[in-house]
Design a protein around this ligand. Structure first.
Ligand SMILES: NC(=O)c1ccc[n+]([C@@H]2O[C@H](COP(=O)([O-])OP(=O)(O)OC[C@H]3O[C@@H](n4cnc5c(N)ncnc54)[C@H](O)[C@@H]3O)[C@@H](O)[C@H]2O)c1
Ligand SMILES: [Zn+2]
Length: 362
């Protein structure tokens, strides 16, 4: 078992631990019996995770005489809405959850973002324990306190910062995770390595077969390192004023592709394409060497992620339109994350729409 501490400077009282290990979920009820966080627990999950793990967790809580209820909603991004938030809140109110309650967010990033946002506003804010069950949620969405729902206008349009009380990462959840979902998490892990840790990138290259075969020991090492990178960035920049922008590597183009294709492409695929264009631009502007571009793209390709989008599917013009819609453009330039080398990223304010048009057109 590994413990990583998230030390928040702006809100010291809100610092918390991320606990990583195999089989941790089996101890949660015992732990809360010994050291209660609240008088009642709302386990919030989606329909898939309910079936796989939620019902067992509820039974564990009941066996320890903890006051708990399981609240679920249909799996999928569509559920990350104000409508679902209201339904969950109504159910909690009907069940009599008061200010002395705690939310257990059991699931992927959709559950974490939605349940975390419910926790941020329910009775003006109650504690939340994040229990991520996808690789993406383990290394990305459960850390940092950003919680939100989507609207018809934009993803994550309504939300808050609400730091969890604790994050419990049980590696065993990954045993049932579909390969496509594993790739989504791996894409973010590779991004973490590319922006800040050359050795970790090398580790991923060396161990990629074990990771793809779901070797839990190797995955645990990779999850820990990936969490440490995100923690470091979040600690330095809790409210997203500067350093956190590095996490957007591959995401400016990636988000534009996702929204242009109306989310019919996975997030991992979209940011993989975004990272390959960002690396290409880094090389074109004289920062990154060509060999590193190839190394990055080879690793992404190895895990089955694309690094190019066919112009038949999406024209460069359409991607540019979505970037323009999404980003603040000052003097025809936009902020864009580039690489100096593998493990060293920076935010350039000198990328123009013309530059992007150039690389997207190739
Ligand atoms: N808050 C943040 O900082 C942040 C960062 C990155 C992403 N996000 C958000 O995260 C969301 C995406 O998260 P996600 O990729 O985890 O998607 P998800 O929550 O939709 O989970 C993907 C699928 O896997 C299923 N699943 C979950 N755990 C499983 C398990 N152990 N075994 C089998 N199936 C399982 C789910 O039911 C779902 O069908 C997006 O809404 C995104 O905006 C938030
Ligand atoms: Zn992402």
């Amino acid at each position: 078992m590994e413990i990583c501490r998230v030390d928040l400077k702006e809100e010291t009282g809100n610092s918390y631990d991320i606990i990583i290990g195999a089989g941790l979920i089996g101890n949660l009820a015992i732990e809360l019996k010994q050291k209660p966080v609240a008088n009642a627990y709302a386990i919030i999950t989606d329909s898939n995770v309910k079936r796989l793990y939620g019902e067992t967790l509820l039974k564990n809580f009941q066996a320890k005489n903890l006051h708990a209820h399981l609240i679920s909603f249909p799996a999928g991004e569509k559920s990350k809405s104000r409508d679902t938030k209201e339904k969950v809140e109504n159910e909690m109110l009907n069940l009599g959850f008061g200010r002395d309650s705690c939310i257990i967010a059991l699931g992927g990033g959709v559950v974490g973002d939605l349940a975390g946002f419910v926790a941020a506003t329910y009775m003006r804010g109650i504690p939340c324990i994040q229990v991520p069950t996808t690789l993406l949620a383990m290394v990305d969405s459960s850390i940092g306190g950003k919680v939100a729902v989507d609207t018809m206008h934009a993803k994550n349009a309504i939300g808050a910062f609400h730091q969890p009380k604790k994050v419990i990462i049980d590696m065993n959840f990954l045993k049932t995770l579909p390969k496509k979902e594993l790739a989504n998490g791996l894409a973010e892990m590779i991004k973490h390595a590319l922006i800040s840790d050359r050795d970790f990138f090398h580790f991923l290259e060396k161990n990629i077969d074990k990771i793809l075969n779901c070797d839990l020991e190797t995955l645990e090492q990779a999850v820990k390192r990936s969490c440490e990178i995100k923690i470091h960035i979040v600690e330095e920049d809790e409210k997203e004023k500067g350093l956190r922008k590095l996490l957007n590597y591959g995401h400016t183009i990636g988000h534009a592709i996702e929204s242009a294709l109306k989310y019919k492409i996975s997030h991992g695929q979209a940011i993989s394409i975004g990272m390959s264009y960002a690396a290409k631009l880094s090389a074109k502007n004289g920062f990154l060497d060509e060999g590193s571009v190839i190394r990055q793209n080879n690793l992404l390709e190895y895990i089955g992620l694309p690094h190019k989008l066919s112009h038949r599917k999406l024209k460069p013009r359409e991607i540019l339109e979505h970037i323009q819609y999404d980003k603040k453009i000052i003097n025809k330039k936009l902020n864009f994350v580039l690489l100096n080398s593998i493990g060293d990223a920076f935010v350039s304010d000198d990328v123009s729409m013309e530059d992007l048009k150039g690389i997207l057109g190739e």
